[in-house]
Every structure is written in C-alpha cells, then in structure tokens.
Design a binder for this molecule. Structure first.
Ligand SMILES: [Ca+2]
Ligand SMILES: [Ca+2]
Length: 273
C-alpha cells in the first residue's frame, strides 16, 4: 500500500472512532456501533484457486437437486485455475446501518426498503441498490466491488468445494428460501456461523445475492452458447433468502441488469494493496 493511502486509511479509522464517540449521544448510536463491526474485513492470501464447475460437479448438482437439464449449469463450466493477488473482503454483506452513514455523509438517496428497515434492523443487509449504487458505496469506503473471481475464491477457498463450509448440501448452514433456517426474508449478517467460508467470510451462500464488478461473460473455454453473455448483465453471486440451495453454490453465476434494484440483491466490498 502506498504511503498516501495508508494515511487515508488511518484517517478513515479515526473517523469511525470519532463516530463511535459522538453517535451514542445523537440517537443513532446503535448503527454507529454496528458499522465498525460490519466494516470488518478478512484476508484472502495470494494464489490460484479453481473457479467454476467441472462436468463432474454439475452432474453432482443435477442429481442432488433433481434438475431437469444439465444445460442449466453450463455457464459455470469449465473448472479453471485463476491466479489472484492477495486482497481483503468484507466479512459481512454491507448493512443498512453502514449505508445510513454513507447517505448521511454524501446526501445519497435511500434505497426503497430503507425507511421500513433502518431503525429496526441496522444489521440487515442493504438491498434494492443498483450495481452503480454498490460501486459508489465501495468507492466512498475506499474499497471496490469484488471481481467474480475474487468473490468466488473468498467463498470456497482453493479445494473446489461446492459450498463455503464444504461439500455437503446442508440447508441449515445458510439463509435460503423458506423458514426452516428461521428466516423468511434476509437475516442480519453472521447468523450462520457454520456457513463460514474457509477464510471466515459470512453469508457467502444465501441471505442476499451480491453484486460483482464483472459483466456476464463466458468463462474461458466455455463451450455453451448463451444469448445472455455480453455487456448486458452483471454477475451476482451466492443466492439469497429467495433461492434454493442449488443456487447458493458459489460457482453459480447469477445475472442482473446493472440498474435492477431488488430486495434480494445486496453487496460487499473488497480492497487490495
Ligand atoms: Ca430462509
Ligand atoms: Ca450473500
């Protein structure tokens, strides 16, 4: 990291502490305290990982989830090695509490769900934000949106596992559709400790889908033709409270128009030196 950005980081940390000191007296103390926790980041070391799914992986998924067609999974293929530099990633999805601080600082308008949610649930993930909203927030926080590859490595590590916690399709490790996991909608971050990724990143499967930097383009050497490839959709990852366990696999490539604002799409940020 350059000296200049180190200085900026120190100033940001100072601002957060100042915020913590002041806000308990201003009626927004709870979200002030929670931002520091929600802003926690996790290190992902430099190195290669296997991104995407092999034929064997997608056959496993078809069988496991009784899917009708292998074609549903072809955009995940082939499994391929991707080398990445070290980076840090937010441990939790960005929350309404975090976003409230950002709106206060920048005058940005609230997302549609904000008025209903912020006071009761500052730890709920922020949703109904466009790709650009997410990108702007990360920029403001001196971070950036993860690439699809960074997101996927942070979620499944380097051993090709199907889920952040391992290979077992355990529906109780994540907030997906239905309330067997105790949540009908999005849950506050970190409610599923068993679902942590190998690096300790939370809610990478389920809760809310997460925006990535990338357009929905084919993986290298992907032989599946798909009219949706191109610069039309951005890749979203991880599935949500509205998805089944199949879609909560980190190799799955969700897609959304960049200006789509949905109550099941949120984001988290990354930073690198
Ligand atoms: Ca649920
Ligand atoms: Ca998520």
């Amino acid at each position: 990291m350059k000296v200049g950005s180190e200085k900026t980081l120190k100033i940001s940390v100072f601002k957060i502490w100042l915020f913590l000191l002041i806000f308990p007296f201003s009626g927004l103390g709870v979200s002030g305290i929670l931002i520091a926790e929600a802003g926690e980041m996790v290190q992902v070391p430099e190195g290669s990982f296997i991104m995407g799914s092999s034929e064997e992986d997608i056959l496993w998924a078809v069988k496991k989830f009784h899917s009708e067609s292998l074609d549903w999974y072809r955009d995940e293929t082939p499994a391929h090695s991707v080398a990445l530099s070290a980076f840090e990633i937010d441990k939790y999805e960005v929350t309404f509490g975090d976003y409230a601080v950002y709106m206060e600082a920048t005058g940005k308008p609230p997302p549609r769900e904000y008025e209903n949610s912020r006071l009761n649930h500052p730890r709920q993930p922020v949703v109904s934000v466009s790709w650009q909203d997410a990108k702007d927030y990360c920029h403001w926080a001196k971070k950036r949106l993860p690439t699809e590859a960074e997101w996927e490595k942070a979620a499944r590590g380097t051993d090709k596992r199907h889920y952040p916690w391992g290979n077992e399709a355990d529906a109780l490790n994540t907030n997906i559709r239905g309330k067997g996991d105790s949540y009908r909608n999005a849950s506050p971050g970190g409610k599923f400790p068993e679902g942590a990724s190998p690096y300790g990143v939370m809610d990478m499967s389920g809760n809310v889908w997460e925006w990535t930097e990338n357009w929905y383009q084919p993986h290298p050497d992907n032989e599946h033709s798909n009219d949706f490839y191109g610069e039309k959709f951005k890749v979203i990852k991880g599935g949500s409270w509205n998805s089944n366990l199949d879609l909560a696999r980190p190799a799955v490539r969700g897609k959304a128009f960049p200006d789509q604002k949905k109550n099941y799409i949120g984001f988290r940020c990354v930073a690198s030196k």
